[in-house]
Design a protein around this ligand. Structure first.
Ligand code: 5GP
Length: 228
């Protein structure tokens, strides 16, 4: 059987186990074995410590966005490393600032460098850059994100990481940067996905492997409901 084809078992929806764009056989098997398993501890932490703010914003500053629960971060990175094991990732890419902690922890787990795109022109950036426009959900403005060409090469297999996945604009901008470098997108990961905003499913439909540690299906009257 070719490397990118794995047999599926009838009781599961077959489409769930087809190899995704750039996904290796080991990752497909891992996905198969872990079907249905979610990071329940993160869901519990979101319910306990999260607050729903106007405009569909979920505030998780106590452990993820401003104060970071480092022991829990390590657990999330470990789980993400497991989800992408065997994908031969050479770099983790994110965008400043809120993606940096998670991306660093994941890169540490995978033993590869972490690169972050800058949102603001900086005096200590030199040389040629890759650029992409990104509309920010939280700041309601469009940034031009930039990555130095020297940090992404054609031979790289890149895991794109962010704290939140909402409409998918940040990830799409980062995918554009990986494409400009001629490198390969191994997949995308987020600590929390807001499924109702559709960005994650749009990328999955395009064939990207997208793994979020918790997927919020709805936020109603301050209550948080997760995807089954
Ligand atoms: P997207 O580009 O997918 O629409 O939004 C993802 C980006 O917006 C992330 O980098 C994240 O920082 C921010 N973001 C989106 N939704 C939320 C949210 O509900 N809470 C927080 N804290 N950040 C969010």
């Amino acid at each position: 059987m070719p490397e990118n084809q794995i047999a599926t078992i009838g009781v599961f929806p077959q489409a769930a186990f087809l190899p995704l764009r750039g996904e290796c056989a080991v990752a497909v098997v891992c996905r198969f074995l872990c079907f249905g398993e979610q990071m329940k501890a993160l869901e519990e932490k979101i319910v306990k410590e999260g607050t729903v703010l106007p405009g569909d914003v979920l505030k998780v500053g106590s452990f993820l966005n401003q104060q970071i629960d480092t022991v829990f971060l390590k657990e999330m990175a470990k789980e993400t490393g497991r989800l992408f094991s065997g994908c031969e990732i050479t770099k983790v890419l994110t965008v400043e600032a809120s993606g940096i902690a998670f991306a660093t922890a994941v890169a540490l787990e995978l033993g590869v460098p972490m690169v972050f795109a800058k949102k603001h022109p900086s005096a200590n950036v030199s040389g040629e850059q890759y650029y992409a426009p990104v509309y920010s959900f939280t700041h309601k403005t469009t940034y031009t994100i930039a990555v130095s060409r020297e940090y992404l090469k054609r031979e790289d297999k890149v895991l794109i990481a962010d704290d939140f996945l909402a409409n998918g604009n940040a990830l799409k901008g980062l995918i554009s940067i990986v494409d400009q470098a001629g490198a390969k997108v191994a997949g995308c990961c987020a600590e929390i996905e807001k499924g109702f905003q559709g960005g994650g499913d749009e990328l999955r439909k395009k064939g990207y492997k997208v793994e979020s540690l918790a997927i919020v299906e709805r936020m109603e009257d301050g209550k948080i409901i997760f995807r089954e």
